[in-house]
Design a protein around this ligand. Structure first.
Ligand code: NAP
Length: 236
């Protein structure tokens, strides 16, 4: 049975992903600071603000369930600054956000690739390996108050771009930055669809080919490319 590791498995996206992958025959490992999901999913206590603990998380999952062929990173920490003071975050706050939104994803992607290599073509099967990161539109658009969050999500988007297009081009490994939008291209906020994400996760995990790494999608419809927006007022 293949294994999926869901990092930041909460009641929205994580729960929907756990249910979807379990129904598709995966063993499901879920990680977060506190256990949120049913104990039928193997739970691992994990704090993404401590990137140095990422390899241990993968070691434990691999020992218990087998090396994951799908890794989903949902955890995020978003800081909002007053528009008149974009530098309100002190160094420790900026570093904590960087740890959660950028450095732990870096280590998780590194460990995911090690896991894919361990599994090899026979262990991965025709779908190959997948690293799926839940992002938002801040990798392309400047929004007042969101500078530090944009820096952190944006850095991870660059990592995904590199991994998908350059570093593992030609390997059966896929890397995605998922960014859910409304049908008109505007941003989702608290209406983020867990079920919509789960449907895209399993589709991307099962597809043997790398698709567009900057995966803007509409829930229930799939990938849609939207016009590039450089600056946006925040008016959810
Ligand atoms: N497309 C968009 O525009 C858009 C809009 C909104 C949100 N998003 C993205 O959606 C994601 C959130 O998805 P969701 O609705 O599924 O969230 P959710 O239901 O709140 O689940 C996220 C889980 O992450 C865990 N978590 C938080 N901090 C953590 C940490 N330091 N270490 C480990 N786990 C941690 C939390 O559990 P514990 O507290 O127990 O750790 C929580 O249950 C984020 O990546 C966010 O940026 C995107």
């Amino acid at each position: 049975m293949p294994t999926v590791l869901i990092i930041g498995a909460g009641l929205n996206t994580g729960k929907a992903a756990a249910e979807t992958f379990s129904a598709a025959g995966y063993q499901v490992a879920v990680a977060s600071r506190t256990q949120k999901l049913d104990s039928k999913y193997r739970y691992y206590a994990f704090d993404a603000s401590k990137p140095e603990t990422v390899p241990t998380l993968f070691e434990k999952v691999t020992t218990d369930l087998g090396a994951p062929s799908v890794v989903i990173y949902i955890t995020a920490a978003g800081h909002v600054s007053p528009p008149e003071n974009p530098f309100d975050t002190e160094l420790d706050g900026f570093q904590k956000g960087l740890n959660i939104n950028t450095i732990s994803p870096y280590y998780a992607a590194r460990e995911a690739v090690k896991s894919f290599e361990k599994l090899g073509p026979s262990g991965l099967g025709p779908s190959g390996g997948s690293f799926l990161f839940v992002g938002n539109g801040l990798n392309t658009t400047a929004i007042p108050g969101f500078m530090t969050f944009a820096v952190q999500k944006g850095a991870t988007a660059h990592m995904i771009q590199n991994l998908a297009l350059v570093e593992y081009d030609g390997k059966p490994y896929k890397f995605y930055y998922l960014d859910e939008r409304h049908a008109d291209g505007s941003y989702v906020t608290t209406d983020l669809s867990g079920a919509g994400h789960a449907a895209e996760f399993i589709k991307l995990a099962k597809d043997s080919k790398q698709g567009p790494w900057d995966y803007t999608f509409v829930s229930g419809k799939g990938y849609e490319k939207f016009p590039y927006v450089e600056v946006m007022a925040w008016n959810p």
